[in-house]
Design a protein around this ligand. Sequence first.
Ligand code: NAD
Length: 489
Amino acid sequence: MATNVFTTPAGKKLVTVIPGDGIGPEVVESAQRIIEATGVPIAWEERHAGASIFKRGLPSGVPPETIESIRKTRVVLKGPLETPVGFGEKSANVTLRKLFETYANIRPVRELPGVKTRYSGEGIDLVVVRENVEDLYAGIEHMQTPGVAQCLKLISRKGCEKIVRLGFEFARSEGRQRVHCATKSNIMKLTEGMLKRTFEAIAPEYPDIESNHIIIDNCAHQLVKNPAQFDVIITTNMNGDIISDLTSGLVGGLGFAPSANLGSEVAIYEAVHGSAPKYTGKDVINPTAVILTAVMMLRHLGEFDAAERIEHAVLVTLESGIRTRDIAGDTGATGTRAYTDAIIGNLGKRSSTWSVREYRPLHLPEVSTAPDFVHVEERRVVGVDLFLESASDAESIGHSLEALAADTPLQLKMVGNRGTKVYQPTGAITDVIDQWVARFVQRDEAGEVSDGTILTLLSNVAQMHRWSHVEKLQEFDGQQGFTRAQGED
Ligand code: NAD
């Protein structure tokens, strides 16, 4: 990629380095020492984020001086950041990804020589391309009643298009042949289905690459049964988070899993693993994930030769039996610093078992920055869903809502509870909670529901019920923009 790199007056490429929390400083230092030992012209600008910043009382966990540095350098090598377990603070990791719109998280795993796993010999070599800023991780949550929490899963056509195009471009840049799109579109037809539909629309533009859709749960199953069949897997944020930890496990664990967060402007490089607090300062953890992350970063910076030398030095070290405690166990394990020294000592040696891919520069997709990304000819509001809080029963709620809508152009179509129709009764035996959805549709199907009608209905309903949320039922170019409840006609 090698775009937008900031060069110092001494001709060095400037990288923002965030040591991070827990084991972060140890593993990041290890990667820095190895990079420096290659003699590659890189300078570091150290900045901080995470626990130390939360302690200063900044709820985002990312201070202005760190943002300023990243805006300048556009390349970050980052250690893991602890996520506070509370309500006030956001994850500083998610904040960084969102602040710089690093919409793609690239997580490669490859069978490594000297790292024995259940799959050794099968030739696992795959990459999870995870959407990184949308989905449930946007963190839009509300308590709808004292006992019912909601998290909004927002998936946009624009977000899908960016990740799908990047997935295919990434495959091309590494000469990979096959791309899977893994979704839960059989259940979440609109959100997960958006990624599937976008994938199927864009795949024909890449005829040189085989494309397949797979349901995410089957993908997890197939990954455990026969992981070598996969090459590139494109998926939504949460699915990607889960299956990429799984894929790390296939090749030896989190100690070997690198990652890159890529956006149009900024690239943030970090290991998949977290801050592993119980091992902080003990010189026992495995720095390979961050070292392989640094290899990815060097390729991004156009330093292909240094990247290749480090990659080979890691492999030669592993082949020679030098291993950290996570794979060697308590006896015969090498400490983090000694392992790093061994890799530095092996710079210049080549592994005979490893073939370095032919890396071509990654072409970042150009997608319009217009906020209204999708245009439709026709749109129509055909009804409204009102979300209510009530400790009453379905029958009583249904009757009262019918009466409250009687003088409006809207009629009650059904009452649902946790996605299942409970009024009018369907014969189902369903447990209910105190959050209900009342679906109203227009009596005259030809017309459109006005905002005035919705406001009148809302004020009628509010006379007897506590409401928490209103959602318009819309059609775009004749397509229903909402799903039906279980049991709804
Ligand atoms: P974790 O990745 O820190 O640890 C999971 C397991 O893997 C632990 O058993 C740990 O000891 C082991 N492990 C992790 N890295 C290792 C390494 N390099 N070498 C050897 N063993 C290693 O995950 P967690 O315990 O769920 O999270 C701890 C903290 O890290 C939390 O605050 C979490 O929010 C944060 N976290 C941050 C990031 C990030 O910064 N990108 C990612 C995940 C978790």
